[in-house]
Design a protein around this ligand. Structure first.
Ligand code: PBG
Length: 320
């Protein structure tokens, strides 16, 4: 069966397409584009440039973009109030996208790390401990502000307890009955997020801090099922496992246990590794990126947030 291309194609179980891809984009307040040192090929872009990227994504049939703001240091504070400013960067970017490309899905990140002066995803007490319930109140305000701007999907990536239920109630109460919730349900305290924190500029704020008190221990697997179960009970439409490649056992368990729409974030560090090796001529970028994405889908993912999304869609188109 493996001898010929025709029979390999006939028995192929998993076929990656552009429909499986979500493109994360970093948006900044500045004009034009700025490169991200640890993520070659990825840039921070203005809202105008974001529209160009959206045009490419639409043309390539990539279903959705996920937005991540780069917040100026002076807009960061202890209470993260810029997060629910209806005229904030994310809110303006969402409005611009939905106006120009109404068909393209827009996913926003609900977490306070771009807006807190300490770089944590939540509000902290006097000891620097991230406090759950106060943070959830702030996240609800942030999610509502994104929904008002027109976000199709709000994606809480903060790992507080009970936030999905509170956000769902608030969305319903305010008439946002079509806004979907993608829970970053099994989000691990991973060191593979390093380049992302460079890209959004939260690395400096976070300093030597870590997120161990709320993100999951990489050593745990059953806990991921409890987290996913809670988010689905509270009203999540989709769940996510993050990072991707080192956590495919979790993806498989989540998909088999719940059968819910399951997404995977192939994170910045995974992208950086592949990119660095490819730039050294040590790996074939296209082949390895497509293999990794196919493997994520084979493990049970319905879709992948990946910095390779546009390139992968192009490669798949070229391959026919
Ligand atoms: C922040 C957030 C992070 C990522 C997505 N949303 C970083 C973190 O939790 O520190 C990481 C994505 C990536 O590494 O590509 N809430």
């Amino acid at each position: 069966m493996r001898r010929d291309e025709f029979s390999r194609r006939l028995m192929r179980e998993t076929v990656l397409t552009a429909n499986d891809l979500i493109y994360p984009v970093f948006v900044h307040e500045l004009e034009g584009r700025a490169s991200v040192g640890s993520m070659p090929g990825i840039e921070r872009v203005s809202v105008d440039e974001l529209l160009r990227i959206a045009e490419q994504a639409s043309e390539l049939r990539v279903p959705a973009l996920a937005l991540f703001p780069v917040t100026a240091p002076e807009a960061k504070s202890l209470d993260a109030a810029a997060a629910w400013d209806d005229d904030g960067l994310v809110q303006r970017a969402v409005r611009a996208l939905k106006q120009r490309f109404p068909e393209l899905g827009v996913i926003t990140d609900v977490a306070l790390d771009p807006y807190t002066s300490h770089g944590q995803d939540g509000l902290v007490d006097a000891n620097g401990y991230v406090v759950n319930d106060e943070t959830v109140e702030a996240l609800v305000k942030q999610a509502l502000s994104h929904a008002r701007a027109g976000a199709d999907v709000v994606a809480p990536s903060d790992m507080m307890d009970g936030r999905i239920g509170e956000i769902r109630n608030a969305l319903e109460r305010d008439g946002h009955v079509h806004t979907r919730i993608l829970g970053y349900s099994a989000k691990y305290a991973s060191s593979f997020y390093g380049p992302f924190r460079d890209a959004v500029g939260s690395a400096g704020a976070l300093g030597k801090g870590n997120k161990y008190t709320y993100q999951m221990d990489p050593a745990n697997s059953d806990e991921a099922l409890r987290e996913v179960g809670l988010d689905l009970d509270e009203g999540a439409d989709m769940v996510m496992v993050k990072p991707g490649l080192p956590y495919l056992d979790i993806v498989r368990r989540v998909k088999e246990t719940f059968g819910a729409p399951t997404f995977v974030y192939q994170v910045s560090g995974e992208y950086a590794m592949l990119k660095a090796a490819a730039m050294n001529g040590w790996l074939d970028e296209r082949a390895c990126a497509l293999e990794a994405l196919t493997s994520i889908k084979r493990a049970g993912a319905d879709g992948v947030l990946t910095y390779f999304a546009l390139d992968a869609a192009r490669w798949l188109r070229e391959a026919g």
